[in-house]
Design a protein around this ligand. Sequence first.
Ligand code: HEC
Ligand code: HEC
Length: 297
Amino acid sequence: MRWVWRIVLILVIAGLGAVGWIVFGPGPLSFAGGNTVALGDYKEPAPTGVPASLAGASLIARGEYLAEAADCAACHTVPGRPRYAGGLAFKLPFGTIYSPNITADKETGIGGWSDADLASYLAYGHARAHGTASGPMGEAVDRSFSQMTVDDIKSIVAYLQTVPAITSPDMPANPAPPAPASHRDGGGERNARGKLVFEGSCASCHGWTGESAVSPLATLTGAAAVNDPAGTNVAQIVLSGTTRLTPDGALSMPSFGHAYSDDEIAAVANYVTARFGAKGASLTARDVSKLREQASQ
Ligand code: HEC
Ligand code: HEC
């Protein structure tokens, strides 16, 4: 029976080894090197994304570090052109959309936004009167910026307000206010086809004023996409649809690429920019067909 005891002894030693490894071995945070602190004992100020060497730095210096780390410039700058002046084309799986100017320019950038609006846009992907972050910006908010602390967001806002103003020649000076409540008044009246598509497929979520009754995220008033007279981003969103992950679940706009012809999509994009934006677009069926081609590449 000696072999039985030998097996028992081996099992006991193996068990002790396993317990020892769990108790004394490296934990999941051992790569970090420093002292670990139980959450309940954490007495330091709020956690932040800046390194310890910047802890005492000004709000603006911390914001500059965080904006760098968050890659704002990568998406909001065309290589060789002024930083943060926007205009970068995003070749997404469904086609191309363009990033807006986020320099402190009062008219074509974000110089006219209040600090509170900017903070809300970055943290929640929406700011009243400035629309909603869709596409790549929506994803960046949902996956990353929405997890930042209030203080870190504040410092990015402080830094952004110091970025030298650059005027984008192709953006309107001021976003348009909400459209009239009655569908009979307002821009785009001569575009019967665009109006018909809007009435059938868009008005239920976006409303005739552009201020959505369904969700503030679906408010079109003030959005860069509808105020851009090129109209490309609107056509692109209609072709592809868009989804935002909110704390209450996913909020989606369906894609209409299969439901409508190139001509109808051009017409509804022209209608939406005329009714809710500063100036109507003049997209043609050919333009939309090019957007579709980009999408399939
Ligand atoms: C993955 C690319 C990407 C990254 C990263 C990104 N942005 Fe954006 N951003 C965009 C796009 C595209 C839009 C346009 C969204 C729309 O029209 O719905 C946008 C819109 C915005 C707007 C709204 C501007 C307007 O006029 O409506 C602000 C403000 C902004 N971004 C700030 C930032 C800041 C600050 C950072 C870094 C913390 C950042 N973005 C990082 C792509 C990006
Ligand atoms: C089921 C509701 C629903 C319908 C129908 C719908 N949308 Fe949307 N739309 C949304 C939501 C929600 C958002 C914001 C989500 C996001 O940005 O990802 C949005 C975003 C947009 C945006 C971008 C706004 C911005 O801030 O950048 C445009 C432009 C737009 N819709 C146009 C249309 C048009 C045109 C139609 C009709 C062809 C339409 N939508 C139909 C729900 C809807």
